[in-house]
Design a protein around this ligand. Structure first.
Ligand code: CDP
Length: 222
């Protein structure tokens, strides 16, 4: 069984997918982490951003980004080292959508993502999981959430808890900037699959959104 969870930036896909996978005893695949790792590796390797459009499979191979199966998840390794928070830096945030819009990059990752689904029992999250990566997924969810609430959750994640309004506005603008690039790109744009269940999480607690997906998964046979 494969469960696909897509949605815009900061809609809570990854944390939700992880919790749903834990509840079902499935494995979680965070596809965004791979786009982030490629972006981080390209920045580390000082590949000039204006030349990213010309990236080919050989150069991508040389960045040595891999998805490594681990119990209940996949780790992401760059040059043999498992990466963590460095792929979530403001610099990676600012560049990842440009990297993810490059057709050669998406093509390069598609095989690795599909490989992760071969043993089944997977909850995968991203932007095009239900449309391109696993169009035959057993259950597809598309999470949406008001931009200001997404910004507040992101800031809370970073330990910023006192919510000054202009900080929330700035973060919301950053998230929406990424959404615009992700939705506007020619290849695999961010959009709900025609058979996806759309869940608006703006008014839901984390527990409520996880429970509602687990319930849908159970009805679908998980
Ligand atoms: O967690 P957050 O919403 O910040 O984003 P993410 O899932 O970590 O993904 C980071 C970026 O990778 C997105 O803004 C997209 O540009 C790209 N991405 C994609 O194009 N396709 C996917 N399946 C997953 C991520």
């Amino acid at each position: 069984m494969i469960i696909a969870i897509d949605g815009p930036a900061g809609s809570g896909k990854s944390s939700t997918a992880k919790a749903v996978a834990a509840e079902l005893g499935f494995r979680h695949l965070d596809s965004g982490a791979l786009y982030r790792a490629i972006t981080w590796a390209a920045l580390e390797a000082d590949l000039p951003v204006e030349e990213w459009m010309q990236l080919d499979a050989r150069t991508l191979d040389s960045l040595d980004v891999r998805s490594i199966p681990a119990p209940y998840r996949f780790d992401v390794a760059v040059r043999g080292r498992i990466v963590g928070d460095e792929i979530r830096s403001p610099e990676v945030n600012a560049h990842v959508s440009r990297m993810a819009a490059i057709p050669a990059v998406r093509e390069w990752l598609l095989g690795a993502l599909r490989e992760a689904g071969r043993s089944g029992q997977l909850v995968a999250d991203g932007r095009d999981i239900g449309t391109v990566v696993f169009p035959d997924a057993d259950l597809k969810l598309f999470l949406v959430c008001a931009p200001e609430e997404r910004a507040r959750r992101r800031l809370r994640e970073q330990g910023i808890t006192d919510d000054p309004a202009d900080e929330v506005r700035r973060e919301a603008a950053r998230l929406q900037g990424r959404d615009e690039i992700d939705s506007g790109r020619a290849v695999a744009p961010l959009l709900p699959a025609s058979d996806a269940v759309v869940i608006d999480t703006t008014e839901l607690t984390f527990r409520e959104q996880v429970d509602s997906i687990v319930e849908l998964a159970r009805s679908a046979g998980a």
